[in-house]
Structures are given as structure tokens and as C-alpha cells.
Design a protein around this ligand. Structure first.
Ligand code: BG6
Length: 484
């Protein structure tokens, strides 16, 4: 692994404290950081290196997966950190930053490899990327890479514009767009699951699969993020990125050995095969929901429009269900259902693959076989099979064969992703093609929400979403599996 500088814009922010420093620290403990590395954190506030190192120490003590209680290890990690104040609008500050980066590179014999991580609001993405270029920070003998967080645009047009701006300073293969769902260990397992298990590979097509259900439900509400969320909605917050990435990951067909460019091509193929939504089919395939007052784990909670800073008249989507069709050789006529929402009955991200009913036409009724992939908060897989009921031989009953990971030490998404970016492996990052095609797919939904063409269905907090979402699946003769 190459020695490098890790330059973190938004170094005093919440994400940095909760996820990025803990991830770097855990990688360090696991010997997954380069031999020599320099971390430079940037924020608006003036503070000394030592003061800031103590801020990081505190964040590690609160959020790190691994205990930060060995002073020697902790101090040697903290010693790699420098802090500098920076105003993203001042090119002069970027020149000052360049001096700091270069002096640390000299001290530590780092050959000019520079990772720039933008953990900042989207309004700063282009100005920072362009200032990196203009200040000379991006001119280096080693490699340079840009890690960028979502949101990547707020519609197709703004995403394209942002991409054009970024590509003035970085090539596509230097841009690592984080979708933290792609960092989750079970998501990283999906490609292996299908491509390296013949029993699944043999069944992995429309001959045997009846439907696929992808759910990401949350019990939290809008929290303190109304300013952002009321303008984004579940469609931009979850569907355009995380949910469509899960769809691509579960439906692409990979050869056993694949690299980043192969994955990218297969994901693009999936997106290009998606049946587009338009005015005639959109209302029958898209459900838009919003939570009303209800109960979560026995506690009463407010409805969305009674949350702090949410306008009373808001029609924002806190829930989306979608029926999608992938019109290609493997998935033709298999409905894929996506569902995500806030204030639902449980926190769960899972994919359920329902197999076609083998016993149709027989008198004995049976449940379908299911393959369930639990992604979060539990990680695991189970298969639902049928067996004889010992008390009634006429009857079949389902049994579940479980595999749940007991490993407490599973790395966090950010550890996986930062490790990959440091190694230069972009397999689990969102490439521009996918981002653009996702926005293309989602754009008619954004338009129809704007024009109020899709009705807003309400659901009580603590439920599994609006009735319309159940009806979407029931219309095809199915049901959502495993609802609490
Ligand atoms: C984020 C969204 O990207 O993902 C949040 O902005 C959401 O609204 C979160 O809560 C969910 O992530 P996870 O990993 O908890 O499923």
C-alpha cells in the first residue's frame, strides 16, 4: 500500500467524528494503513494541532469499534494528525494547505500520493475540487484521489453539472463516490454469494425466482435534519442511491473473477435494462408515503408534519415503495420491489428472494422457498425450506436454515470503503454511469411528486408503511415477507 496524505475537508464535522476518524483508527490497529501516512483535517475554526488531536481522541473513545485505551497506540495514531483552518472560498487557504501537505510529505517521505476526502455540504463540492486544482495541490508526482459523499446532485441536471465541474479537476478513475451501503459487509458479499455457489447460481434467474424484495426500514424519524430531509425526501435520500445500488448488486450477473471495471459494466447493464417510468405507468408502480403520529417501541411519536422545522403543509415522502422490471434475459417478468421509509416498525435492511412455487396444483399447500439476506443491523442469511409436519403428515411446514454471523469484529462500512480507496480499488464505489442512470430512472418520479400526480398515502409511525404498499405487491399475487 502506498504511503499517502489523507486530507479531510469537513474534519470537524459530525461524520468525521462518528465515522471517518474511527475508521482510520481501526484500519491503523488492523495494520491496514500504509507504513507512513499523514492526516490533515480542515475546518473553519482556528485551533492548534494538539487541541484538535484531543478532539479526535474523544471521538475515538466514543465511536470507535475497537477500544482506544492503549496510550501508545492512540498517541502514535494521533501524532499523524495535523489541523488547519480553511475557508473553502479562499484560494489563499488552499495554498497554505499545500505548504502543510508538502512539509508533512517531506518529513514522512511520502511520495506525493494525496487522498482528498470531501465530508462537506454539497454546495462546496465543486469549489473545493477546483481550488485543489488551482492551488497546485492536485499537481503531484504521486497519485491523487477524491472521495466524495452524497448527495451527488438533487436531480439529473444538477448531477450532470456537478460531474462536469469535478471532472475539470479529477479524472473519473480518481473519483471515489461513497455510497455507504456498498461498504456493508453483506452487500460486499452479494456478488460472491451468487457467483461462487452453484446451488444459487443454478437458480438465479426468472426460471426459478418469483420476485425479489428489497427493504430498508428505519424506526427513526426525520431527527434534526428537517432542513435537508424535507427537500430531499426518501426518493433522494435512499432510493436514488442506496436502494438502486442494492438492486444492481443483487441482480447483476458476474463471472466468478471480476474486477472494478467488470462490476461497473454489469451494473450499468442492469440500469440500462430497467423499464423506464413514464406518465402512463408511474402511478401504478410508485407509492409515496408520509408518517403520521403513532408508536415506536411502545412510545408515542409525532407525525412528520409535527416534527421540528417541518412545514405543516409538507407533502414530503418519508416512505417509498416501487415495483421495477429489469427487461433482460435473466430477469424478464420478475418483479423487483423496493421499499424504504422512516418511522417504520423495525430497523432492518434485507433482501428477500422468493422462489417460484414448486408444488402448485397439488393439494398439499406449502410456503415458497425463500432466500433471505439480512444486511443490517443483523448480518446473515437464511433459507426457508419445507418439511413434513410431524403431527400431521398431510401438511407441510416451513423450516428455516440460518446462518448468522457471530463475528463481533466485522469492520464498519467506512472502514471497508476507506481501505479500498487507499488501495485504489473502486469496486464498491458508485461510478458516474450508475449515478447518472439512477438519476435518469428517478427523474420521472421527482417530476410526478412535484406535479402531485402520485397521491400521498399516510401510514402511522410504527407500521410497515401505507396500505398502498401492501396492495402494490398483492396486485401481483405476492406479499411482503417477514414484516413485524
Ligand atoms: C443515510 C440517509 O444515507 O442512510 C439517512 O441520509 C439514513 O437518512 C441512513 O438514516 C441509513 O443508513 P443505515 O446504514 O443506518 O441503514
Amino acid at each position: 500500500m502506498d504511503n499517502m496524505s489523507f486530507v479531510l475537508f469537513g474534519g470537524t464535522g459530525d461524520l468525521a467524528k462518528r465515522k471517518i476518524y474511527p475508521a482510520l483508527f481501526n484500519l491503523y490497529i488492523d495494520n491496514k494503513m500504509p507504513e507512513a501516512f499523514s492526516i490533515i483535517a480542515l475546518g473553519r475554526k482556528e485551533q492548534s494541532h494538539a487541541e484538535f488531536q484531543q478532539v479526535v481522541a474523544k471521538s475515538l473513545q466514543t465511536f470507535s469499534r475497537r477500544a482506544a485505551n492503549d496510550p501508545a497506540v492512540l498517541n502514535s495514531f494521533l501524532n499523524s494528525i495535523r489541523y488547519s483552518s480553511l475557508d473553502a472560498g479562499h484560494l489563499e487557504d488552499f495554498r497554505k494547505l499545500r505548504v502543510l501537505v508538502e512539509s508533512r510529505e517531506q518529513e514522512l517521505s511520502i511520495p506525493g500520493n494525496r487522498m482528498f476526502y470531501l465530508s462537506v455540504g454539497p454546495e462546496f463540492f465543486d469549489v473545493i475540487a477546483l481550488s485543489i486544482k488551482e492551488s497546485g495541490l492536485g499537481t503531484t508526482n504521486g497519485w491523487k484521489r477524491l472521495i466524495i459523499e452524497k448527495p451527488f446532485g438533487r436531480d439529473l441536471k444538477s448531477a450532470r453539472h456537478l460531474n462536469e465541474q469535478l471532472s475539470r479537476a479529477f479524472d473519473e478513475n480518481e473519483i471515489y463516490r461513497i455510497d455507504h451501503y456498498l461498504g456493508k459487509s453483506m452487500v460486499q458479499n452479494l456478488e460472491i454469494l451468487e457467483s461462487s455457489n452453484p446451488i444459487l447460481k443454478a437458480l438465479w434467474s426468472n426460471h426459478h425466482i418469483a420476485n425479489v424484495q428489497i427493504t430498508a426500514s428505519e424506526t427513526v424519524g426525520v431527527e434534526e435534519r428537517a432542513g435537508y430531509y424535507d427537500n430531499a425526501g426518501a426518493i433522494r435520500d435512499m432510493v436514488q442511491n442506496h436502494m438502486l445500488q442494492l438492486l444492481m448488486m443483487i441482480s447483476m450477473r458476474l463471472p466468478r473473477k471480476s474486477d472494478a471495471s467488470e462490476v461497473r459494466m454489469k451494473k450499468r447493464n442492469v440500469m440500462e435494462s430497467l423499464r423506464p417510468l413514464h406518465i402512463d405507468n408511474i402511478t401504478s408502480n410508485v407509492i409515496r408515503g408520509q408518517y403520521t403520529a403513532g408508536e415506536i417501541q411502545g412510545k408515542p411519536v409525532a407525525g412528520y408534519t409535527d416534527e421540528p422545522n417541518v412545514p405543516k403543509s409538507s407533502k414530503n415522502d418519508t416512505f417509498i415503495a416501487l415495483r421495477l422490471w429489469i427487461d433482460n434475459y435473466f430477469w424478464n417478468e420478475v418483479p423487483f420491489y423496493i421499499r424504504t421509509g422512516k418511522r417504520m416498525a423495525e430497523k432492518s435492511t434485507r433482501i428477500v428472494i422468493e422462489f417460484k412455487e414448486p408444488l402448485k396444483g397439488q393439494t398439499t399447500t406449502s410456503d415458497p422457498n425463500l432466500l433471505v439476506i439480512e444486511i443490517n443491523p443483523n448480518e446473515g442469511i437464511f433459507i426457508q425450506l419445507n418439511k413434513k409436519d410431524p403431527l400431521n403428515t398431510e401438511k407441510l411446514e416451513p423450516m428455516r436454515v440460518n446462518f448468522f454471523s457471530n463475528e463481533k469484529e466485522v469492520p464498519e462500512a467506512y472502514e471497508n470503503l476507506i481501505f479500498d480507496a487507499v488501495r485504489g480499488d473502486s469496486t464498491f464505489f458508485a461510478h458516474w454511469d450508475e449515478v447518472e442512470l439512477s438519476w435518469e430512472y428517478v427523474q420521472p418520479i421527482l417530476d410526478s411528486f412535484e406535479q402531485d400526480i402520485i397521491p400521498l398515502s399516510y401510514y402511522p409511525a410504527g407500521s410497515n408503511g401505507p396500505e398502498a404498499s401492501d396492495q402494490l405487491v398483492e396486485a401481483d399475487g405476492f406479499k411482503w415477507w417477514l414484516d413485524k
